[in-house]
Design a protein around this ligand. Structure first.
Ligand SMILES: Nc1ncnc2c1ncn2[C@@H]1O[C@H](COP(=O)(O)OP(=O)(O)OP(=O)(O)O)[C@@H](O)[C@H]1O
Ligand SMILES: CC(C)(CO)[C@@H](O)C(=O)[O-]
Ligand code: BAL
Length: 355
């Protein structure tokens, strides 16, 4: 009779871990589930921080928040093709596994040294697309057939209008991640504010027993929201990139000054952008930075529907998207763009209730 004493090489070598750390690398749903089952039994809380890698201080701030409040933090690193449109930057999206994992190991040491945390980083979930889409990847086209989660109408507005398959891809992959990891809490950044609204709706409408925690936007010293795509700006566009945040701040100032109507509040942001673009147009092509505003919005914080007037008891969300166009480069200038298309940046400011 055949015996079952042979061990697979990975078992013989123990579970895969990040070097010099106790952080497990889990690549399959079954391994993640096996790991999770132990912590269900010992009643330890598990948090999930979903990312697409190219980690920066914004991601790390979410992991810090998760470690403060949970026994175990799982960080997922997965560039989900379903949320990229066919002409978007899937192929040029930064993939930086070695620096990402080094950052996680360093952060985990800091978490261990700081006595204020309930937990640490326990695992990185880094699945393949075959693993995440077991019936086969359905494709990136709007008409693709497959098993999708759609959250409408919020997922069709703003970012969803510009990127018609984006929130379908995000909601679908997050539903998968939530079902695999079964976290008590999930951590998302306010930088992607509409995504947080979509995720809250998903959790509520599908009765998922999960708390959604939203962490503040981490910014560079000049106000630019940190974003994995910033690496493709290059120096010239990077210098101009805070224009969106500054425009939103101009609108916020007007709101803080007592204005409540759309025209006055958004007018301030639109004027700021127009002036900034006019300033660039005074420069010669090899020096200027051109950008296109996709939208600037004043919306309801729960539905993301456009507001004519802000109800001061509820506040609102100012948000915008801007595309930094490909530069007309000077000889020997590093455009910094990795040959990809223009760089699309988003940002937002929450208008706090005023009464
Ligand atoms: N500056 C930031 N501050 C706080 N959270 C952030 C920041 N940037 C991203 N996040 C959050 O990190 C999580 C993972 O985001 P993601 O991996 O897409 O990074 P990203 O910087 O947003 O990349 P991209 O350039 O693709 O928008 C999301 O919840 C996102 O909102
Ligand atoms: C939530 C997410 C990891 C889903 O792929 C992605 O949309 C992101 O990084 O914000
Ligand atoms: N943070 C948003 C991920 C994306 O733009 O695809």
């Amino acid at each position: 009779m055949a015996t079952r004493c042979s061990t697979s090489p990975s078992r013989a070598n123990g579970p895969e871990k990040l070097p010099s750390s106790s952080i497990r690398v889990l690549r399959t749903v079954s391994n993640l589930r096996r790991w999770r089952r132990q912590h269900l039994l010992d009643q330890r809380s598990v948090a999930l921080v979903p990312t697409m890698g190219a980690l920066h201080e914004g991601h790390l701030s979410l992991i810090r928040a998760a470690a403060r409040e949970n026994h175990h933090v799982v960080v997922s690193i997965y560039v989900n093709p379903a949320q990229f449109g066919v002409n978007e930057d899937l192929s040029s999206y930064p993939r930086t596994w070695d620096t990402d994992t080094a950052a996680l190991v360093k952060l985990d040491r800091e978490l261990a040294d700081d006595g204020h945390n309930l937990g640490r980083i326990s695992a990185v979930f880094a699945p393949s697309t075959d693993e995440m889409y077991p019936a086969g990847f359905p494709g990136q086209e709007p008409a693709s057939k497959g098993s999708f989660v759609t959250i409408t109408p919020v997922g069709e507005l703003l970012e969803g209008k510009s990127r018609p398959t984006f929130f379908r891809g995000v909601a679908t992959v997050c539903m998968k991640l939530f079902n695999i990891v079964q976290p008590e809490r999930v951590y998302f950044g306010q930088k992607d504010v509409q995504q947080t609204v979509v995720i809250r709706r998903l959790v509520r409408d599908f009765m998922l027993p999960i708390e959604v925690v939203v962490g503040p936007t981490t910014r560079a010293a000049d106000g630019l929201a940190l974003s994995s795509r910033n690496v493709y700006l290059g120096d010239r566009r990077r210098a101009v990139a805070p224009v969106l945040y500054n425009a939103l701040r101009a609108a916020e100032e007007v709101y803080k000054g007592g204005a409540r109507d759309r025209e006055t509040v958004l007018g301030a942001a639109q004027r700021f952008v127009k002036d900034a673009l006019a300033e660039q147009m005074l420069l010669v092509p090899g020096k200027r930075v051109l950008f296109e505003i996709d939208y600037i919005s004043l919306a309801d914080p729960e539905t993301m529907e456009e507001l004519e007037v802000v109800d001061p008891a509820k506040g609102g969300i100012l948000s915008g998207a801007l595309k930094m166009l490909v530069l007309e480069a000077l000889d020997a200038e590093d455009r910094g763009d990795n040959g990809g298309p223009g760089v699309r940046l988003i940002d937002n400011i929450i208008l706090q209730p005023a009464e």
